[in-house]
Design a protein around this ligand. Structure first.
Ligand SMILES: Nc1ncnc2c1ncn2[C@@H]1O[C@H](COP(=O)(O)OP(=O)(O)OP(=O)(O)O)[C@@H](O)[C@H]1O
Length: 269
């Protein structure tokens, strides 16, 4: 997708992150256009999680800027970003184990509420109408992700694949414009990853997606644009075909100069 600077939802410019003497990210740039799926890949230790944490507001960069629709995001914490229109999933799912599946998803809907997340979860406070509406939205999200029948179960009692669907429902219930997915394929079977690919393509009808993922087949199948990091620097960007054909990418993954096929499929699993 070709875009101008003003069309980008999220943009990172010159992002540098240092941990003591270690430079985890060095002058990294990235743009996410509306409705696009952007993959963030690279060998272990390349800086993907660090960049994801910067994009999601968990980590403030040592240098560089993040802009959301051309302006600085209003706050750095996850709930600030949710209110902006950014939602994320976590590698470790981060579901609340003492809350039902439904309440977990209601908690993700707080950007749509006027009474705040606490009133939604507890039912206390002024906004009972909000609560009813958002419970209905949360149920609709659970239905969309095929887990409505588990609404009143505790998440820990569900198989991992279903918990992942609950986490996706929680992220999507706020109707974000950008969804940040942190290794969504980890722990899933081949069949589940195939279904996830269809879901991610479906998401891009409503929202942009940034995907950090080691599963190369998934990345190559769903992404419009890929950014490849190595040792904290962007070494390649482009379409899946372009980065697969880039000798620098093959070299980064395999540690040897590229052969003519330049195929990185499977190299990082
Ligand atoms: N909190 C931290 N303190 C010190 N060093 C860190 C910290 N977080 C990450 N690093 C270092 O920064 C570099 C980039 O790490 P990061 O986790 O972002 O890589 P990654 O591409 O996500 O790797 P992986 O694929 O293994 O998850 C690594 O050298 C890592 O050891």
């Amino acid at each position: 997708m070709t875009t101008t600077a003003t069309e980008h939802l999220l943009r990172a410019d010159g992002v540098t992150v240092r941990f003591g003497g270690l430079t985890a990210l060095d002058d990294v740039g990235l743009q996410v256009a509306p409705g696009s799926v952007v993959g963030l890949i690279g060998p272990n230790g390349a800086g993907k999680t660090t960049l994801f944490n910067v994009l999601s507001g968990v980590l403030r960069p040592t240098a560089g800027t993040i802009t959301w629709k051309g302006a600085p995001p209003p706050g750095r914490r996850t709930h600030h970003l949710a209110r902006t229109g950014i939602a994320r999933t976590f590698q470790g799912l981060n579901l609340f184990s003492m809350m039902t599946v439904l309440d977990n998803v209601v908690a993700g809907a707080d950007r749509l509420a006027t009474g705040g997340p606490f009133s939604l979860i507890t039912g206390l406070g002024r906004h009972h109408r909000d609560e009813r509406e958002l419970r209905a939205r949360a149920m609709a999200a659970l239905e969309r992700f095929g887990v409505a029948e588990y609404a009143h179960r505790m998440p820990g009692t569900l198989p991992y694949g279903l918990q992942k669907q609950v986490a996706l429902a929680r992220a999507c219930v706020s109707e974000p414009e950008l969804l940040l997915l942190d290794e969504p394929a980890s722990g899933l079977s081949g069949e589940q990853i195939g279904a996830l690919a269809d879901q991610i393509r479906g998401f891009s009808r409503d929202m942009a997606v940034v995907l950090v993922e080691h599963h190369m087949d998934l990345v190559m199948e769903v992404c419009d644009h890929i950014v490849v990091l190595n040792f904290g620097r962007v070494i390649s960007t482009g379409t899946p075909q372009e980065v697969q054909a880039d000798p620098q990418v093959t070299e980064a993954y395999l540690g040897t100069p590229a052969d003519t096929s330049g195929d990185v499929n499977g190299a990082a699993r």
